[in-house]
Design a protein around this ligand. Structure first.
Ligand code: DAH
Length: 338
């Protein structure tokens, strides 16, 4: 009697094993679980029959039932996890793996923003080489050798004898463009510049500038003032006071520096503006007749204005960044904020 029942239990297990092999989804697996492990299953019924056996038989039978039950549970668990694995492999509705894409560097963003402001009023985008000759960087810009103004733009020479250097400003792009195209023209030229400066909170031996140039008949200082004031309002997107004060650059006459009321203290005076309430943001002026002569423009017919601004400085003021080095450390905690 016991032997027969044990044989039946084993058959029941074999049947369960055979059936579960075909199962590939949760719904069928649940049906299988009810049939082989559920409360009304054949196995469970046998558990309630244990009491009808002798003590000795009870031990053997009970042990057998528990063994079979355990083996069925293992089959169930194994199949369940296999189904899950398959689902993960094929479920097109699961969120995809996120690919981390970077964002533009804040300097690139600011350059795009500034260029866009000028582009909207008809300035074309120009570029020039970062490795320049002494002629384009200085001489053609009315800064001959021995000119004292060369000192403030002392730079890295690649070949001193052949006068090849890293450009100290974007102004040589003016010359290259005017040599190539006849007037009138309006250009905006962003790019890298280099100077022999030590790396501190406000200096970097490599930095970015944006150069502007407009040449036509009858261009006056008022055009320069109007366009730069428009630019400043568009860029800072808030009320700032704009002041033009006399300055000196060899390639412009007259020359001016443009300052805005301090964006940190609103003009009250703080450490950023050195208690003056104002911050200088760019240099500009009317193109010097000698520069026109150097590129073969007729300076009796044409006049023009030019300007140059430091991108890092403008970015620092706009976002209130206190150290220029943040732009180059490549710390994602900084870069991801833009
Ligand atoms: N190149 C000058 C500098 O690096 C900035 C500048 C001043 C550019 C006046 C100009 C200009 O085009 O007209 O300091």
């Amino acid at each position: 009697m016991l032997k027969e029942i044990i044989e039946k239990v084993e058959q029941f297990f074999e049947e369960g094993k055979r059936e579960i092999e075909e199962i590939k989804d949760d719904e069928l697996l649940e049906k299988w679980r009810i049939k082989f492990l559920g409360r009304k299953s054949y196995l469970n019924k046998l558990f309630s029959q244990i009491s009808s056996f002798s003590n000795e038989e009870k031990v053997i039978f009970g042990k057998k039932l528990n063994q079979i039950k355990q083996k069925l549970i293992e089959l169930y668990e194994k199949t369940k996890s296999e189904i899950k694995k398959e689902e993960i492999k094929y479920n097109v509705f699961l969120p995809g793996k996120k690919i981390k894409i970077g964002n533009l560097h804040p300097i690139t963003k600011i350059i795009d923003e500034i260029v866009q402001i000028f582009y909207k009023i008809g300035f074309a985008i120009a570029e020039g080489p970062e490795i320049e000759t002494d002629y384009y960087n200085f001489t053609a810009l009315n800064t001959p050798e021995e000119h004292p103004a060369r000192d403030i733009w002392d730079t890295f020479y690649i070949e001193k004898e052949r006068n090849i250097l890293l450009r100290t400003h974007t102004s040589p792009v003016q010359i290259r463009i005017m040599e190539k195209y006849p007037p009138p023209l309006r250009i905006i030229a962003p790019g890298k510049c280099f100077r022999r400066d030590s790396f501190d909170s406000s200096h970097s031996p490599m930095f970015h500038q944006i150069e502007g140039l407009m040449v036509d008949r009858d261009i006056k200082f008022t055009h320069l003032k109007g366009i730069l004031t428009y630019f400043i309002y568009e860029f800072f997107k808030r009320e700032v006071r704009v002041v033009f004060s006399p300055s000196y650059f060899p390639f412009t006459e007259p020359s001016a520096e443009v300052s805005i009321s301090c964006v940190i203290c609103e003009g009250k005076g703080c450490s950023t503006c050195g208690n003056t309430g104002f911050l200088e943001i760019l240099g500009c002026g009317m193109v010097h007749p000698n520069v026109f002569k150097n590129v073969g423009y007729n300076n009796k017919i044409y006049t023009g204005f030019a300007f140059g601004m430091g991108v890092e400085r403008l970015a620092m003021l706009k976002y209130q960044i206190d150290d220029i080095r943040h732009f180059y450390y490549n710390d994602l905690r900084f870069l991801e904020q833009f």
